[in-house]
Design a protein around this ligand. Structure first.
Ligand code: ADP
Ligand code: MG
Length: 415
C-alpha cells in the first residue's frame, strides 16, 4: 500500500466524529467518583475498619456476593480513602490489595507472601543499607517458602504499620493452592510485634466460607457482610450514570441503556455485565461506522461476550479436560447426540495422539458432568436397564464456535 494512502486513512480516522465523550469510563479499571446504592455497605465496612486509623487492629472481615455487585469497587474506595487520610495525618496505615485470580501473583504460597513482602518493602526501601537490601532480596522463585516467610517478617517489622490486607477473589486462591494458606494468613500477627494485619477477604462464591475449616472460618469471618445483587432499576441507574459520562447525549439511541440493564438483570443484577454490554455494543457500532449506539448492537454484543467467555473457559481448562472436550467435539462432528462410552472411545485415541496418560471412564464421566455445569454441554442421565446408567450428551454451544474451539484445543494439546 502506498504510504500516502495509509496516512490519509489515519488522518480521516482522527477527523471522524466519534460518539465517545470519554471511552475510559467504560473500562473495567475505571473507578467512578460516586458509588450509588451501596451507602449501607460503605458505612458498615468503614465502621469495621476505622479503628485502624487509631492504630487499633480491626476485626478480619469477610465479604461475599455474586459478581458485579460492587464488592471490589466498594472495598477499594473505603480503603483508599483511609490511606489518603492516613497519609495526610501521618498515621501508620497501609492497604495492600491483591487479586488472587491474577496469574503470577497468588499461584503459590511463596508468590503470595513474596507479593505482600514486596509491597511492605516498598515503604522502607529508602532506609535500607546495601547489605540489608541484599539480605531482604525477594527472589521470584527458587527459594524455600520458610525463607520467604522470614523475609516477610523482617520487612513487616520494619514497616511498622497497621496493614489492611485485601484478598480479592480469595476462593480462587484456595482453588489454586489449597486452604492451608488461609490458616497461615490468620496467624500472621502471632509472630509480629511492630506491625499488624487485618484481613479483608472477598469472594464471588457464596458457599465458599462453608467449605472452610471451622477455626479458619471463624477467624477470617470475625465480621462478615453480604452484597446483595442490584435490582433491575438500580442497574439501570448505575448504567445511566456511566453512560452519560461515556457518550454524548445524541449518540445513544433511546432504550439502549434500558435494554443493557434488562439483559444484565436477567440472571442476577450484575453491574459488570451491564457495563460490558454497553461497551462492546459501542465498539460494534463504532466499527460499523454507525452514528449512534443502537439497540441492534446490543444483541451482537451479547453474542460476542458469550463467545469470548466460552473461549476463556476452554483455554483455562487442564489438559485432561481439554482432551475430553476435544473428544466430545470430534464425536459431535459425526453425531449430535451420543453417550459417555462414545466419548471415552475417542478420548483414548486422543490421549495417544497427544501423549497424555488416559484416565478411567469413571473419571471422564465426572469431567463430563463438570462441562455440563459450565454450560458447555448438555448431559442427560439415561438408564440403560441392567447395564446401568449412561449420559446422553449433546453440545450446547452455538455451532459456529465449535471449529474455533477445536483449533484452540489442537494448539494447546500439541496435536
Ligand atoms: P464485584 O467485585 O462485586 O464483582 P465490581 O466492584 O468489580 O463488582 O463492580 C463491577 C463493575 O460495576 C465495576 O466496573 C464497577 O465500577 C461497577 N459498579 C458496581 N457497583 C457500582 C455502583 N454501586 N455504582 C457505580 N458503579 C458500580
Ligand atoms: Mg470483584
Amino acid at each position: 500500500m502506498d504510504k500516502d494512502i495509509l496516512s490519509e486513512y489515519f488522518e480521516n480516522y482522527i477527523e471522524t466524529e466519534t460518539f465517545f465523550k470519554n471511552r475510559k469510563v467504560l473500562q473495567a479499571s475505571y473507578m467512578p467518583d460516586t458509588i450509588i446504592h451501596r451507602d449501607g455497605e460503605i458505612k458498615t465496612i468503614a465502621g469495621i475498619l476505622a479503628p485502624a486509623l487509631k492504630n487499633d487492629l480491626p476485626s478480619n472481615l469477610f465479604i461475599y456476593g455474586k459478581t458485579g455487585t460492587g464488592k471490589t469497587l466498594t472495598v477499594k474506595r473505603v480503603t483508599t480513602q483511609m490511606e489518603n487520610i492516613a497519609k495526610k495525618k501521618k498515621i501508620p496505615l497501609k492497604a495492600i490489595y491483591i487479586n488472587c485470580k491474577l496469574r503470577n501473583v497468588a499461584d503459590t504460597e511463596y508468590r503470595l507472601i513474596a507479593e505482600i513482602a514486596k509491597e511492605l518493602k516498598e515503604d522502607i526501601k529508602e532506609n535500607l543499607s546495601e547489605e540489608e537490601e541484599k539480605e531482604l532480596k525477594i527472589h521470584k522463585t527458587g527459594v524455600a517458602t520458610t525463607e520467604i516467610y522470614d523475609i516477610f517478617k523482617n520487612v513487616a517489622e520494619r514497616n511498622g504499620k497497621t496493614i489492611l490486607l485485601i484478598l480479592d477473589e480469595i476462593d480462587e486462591l484456595v482453588k489454586k493452592i489449597g486452604d492451608e494458606i488461609l490458616y497461615n494468613l490468620t496467624r500472621l500477627n502471632a509472630d509480629l510485634s511492630n506491625s499488624q494485619f487485618s484481613i479483608i477477604g472477598i469472594s464471588n462464591n457464596l458457599t465458599f466460607a462453608e467449605t472452610l475449616e471451622p477455626r479458619v472460618k471463624s477467624s477470617l469471618g470475625e465480621e462478615d457482610l453480604i452484597f446483595p445483587p442490584y435490582n433491575a432499576l438500580q442497574i439501570q441507574q448505575i448504567l445511566k450514570e456511566r453512560s452519560s459520562l461515556a457518550f454524548t447525549e445524541e449518540s445513544v439511541q433511546i432504550g439502549v441503556v434500558e435494554k443493557c440493564s434488562a439483559y444484565a438483570a436477567r440472571d442476577h443484577g450484575d453491574a459488570r455485565r451491564a457495563l460490558d454490554l454497553l461497551r462492546v455494543a459501542a465498539e460494534v457500532a463504532e466499527r460499523e461506522g454507525s452514528e449512534k449506539v443502537m439497540i441492534k448492537h446490543i444483541d451482537v454484543a451479547e453474542t460476542k461476550i458469550e463467545r469470548d467467555k466460552v473461549m476463556d473457559i476452554v483455554k483455562s481448562q487442564p489438559k485432561q479436560f481439554q482432551a475430553t472436550l476435544y473428544s466430545i467435539l470430534t464425536v459431535t462432528n459425526k453425531d449430535n447426540s451420543f453417550f459417555t462410552g462414545d466419548v471415552y472411545e475417542t478420548y483414548k485415541k486422543v490421549t495417544t495422539l497427544c501423549g497424555l496418560r488416559p484416565l478411567t471412564q469413571r473419571r471422564i464421566s465426572d469431567i463430563i458432568v463438570e462441562f455440563d455445569t459450565l454450560g458447555l454441554i448438555n448431559a442427560q442421565v439415561m438408564s440403560k436397564g441392567r447395564y446401568g446408567r449412561t449420559r446422553r450428551i449433546s453440545l450446547s454451544l452455538p455451532s459456529t464456535i465449535g471449529p474455533r474451539i477445536q483449533k484452540i484445543l489442537e494448539e494447546s494439546l500439541g496435536m
